[in-house]
Design a binder for this molecule. Structure first.
Ligand code: DAK
Length: 244
């Protein structure tokens, strides 16, 4: 299991270019490391990330943004094949909320606060927030959060489906690491196939998604994980997966 901790305490873990490049580099390295089965991305108790670094971008022009393709590097996250869990304590705002939503699921400490407050800065979400938040929580709440800039707490985030679990802040990291360990203990190809199947739901029609799932399901029967998992069940013992 791989752990990434965002650590810019003086700026509430605001995401600047250096930090972004570093996180993406580590994610890619973890994805290529056979000893890692799942990844946890976290911040501090005060902030997961308070958004893109306003100081870094406030003087940029359209042409700067366009030519640099600022923050397009985050697109790489949706190509990472291993599951990524966002463990969120404190603020996950703007690009920070978008980064959490780029992960596969979010576990939140009860002190977490989520929002897309870009409207207050004269801008709008730019790393997929208007699209992913709308898919996750529905149009009405997404419009509310994006147009008013109000923040929601962990309970509201759980109730609307943005967050999978809410736990006491001091237990957040151990719960997220346990979840990652659990995932990493299963058949590696089954985990990758399952992640691919769920992600497909956001891209295609229901019938296409079900058809794709069926092929992936059938493919699982070509793995030794399926043989071992089912044999272990019938023999009433714990499965031991080889990663193949
Ligand atoms: N950027 C830079 N510095 C930040 C920051 C941020 N996003 N958030 C906080 N800080 C800094 C503060 O300036 C302060 O620094 P000093 O004054 O001490 O030097 C320090 O962190 C502590 O913050 P506060 O003093 O404000 O702490 P509080 O507890 O009072 O408030 C807060 C915490 C998180 C509620 C507040 O700091 C806040 O509202 N922060 C800004 C939140 C925000 O507006 N986030 C959205 C940023 S815009 C793009 C795609 C996407 C984006 C951009 C481009 N392209 C594709 C081109 C994304 C945009 C965004 O995310």
């Amino acid at each position: 299991m791989g752990l990434i901790t965002l650590n810019r305490p003086k700026a509430m873990n605001a995401l600047n270019d250096d930090l972004s490049q570093e996180v993406i580099g580590v994610l890619k390295a973890f994805d290529g490391d056979a000893s890692i089965g799942a990844i946890v991305l976290t911040g501090s108790e005060k902030a997961f990330a308070a958004g893109a670094d306003i100081r870094e971008m406030h003087e940029k022009s359209f042409v700067d943004m366009f030519n640099e393709n600022y923050f397009s590097a985050w697109d790489v996250i949706s190509t990472i094949r291993k599951p990524i869990i966002a463990a969120v304590n404190g603020f996950a705002l703007g690009g920070g909320c978008e980064l959490a939503m780029l992960c596969d699921f979010i576990i939140a400490g009860s002190n977490a606060k989520f929002g897309q407050p870009e409207i207050k800065l004269g801008i709008l979400p730019g790393i997929g927030g208007s699209q992913r938040l709308t898919r996750l929580v529905g149009r009405s709440l997404a419009m509310d959060l994006i147009l008013t800039g109000r923040l929601i707490d962990a309970q509201e985030a759980k109730a609307c489906g943005l967050v999978a679990r809410v736990v006491p802040p001091e237990e957040l990291l151990s719960v997220a690491l346990d979840a990652a360990d659990k995932i990493a203990s299963y058949s590696y190809p089954a985990v990758l196939l399952a992640k691919e199947a769920v992600n497909r739901a956001e891209e295609v029609s229901l019938s296409e998604g079900v058809r794709h799932e069926r092929r992936l399901f059938q493919a699982a029967f070509a793995t030794s994980g399926q043989k071992e998992g089912m044999a272990a069940f019938l023999e009433k013992r714990e499965a031991v997966f080889s990663g193949r």
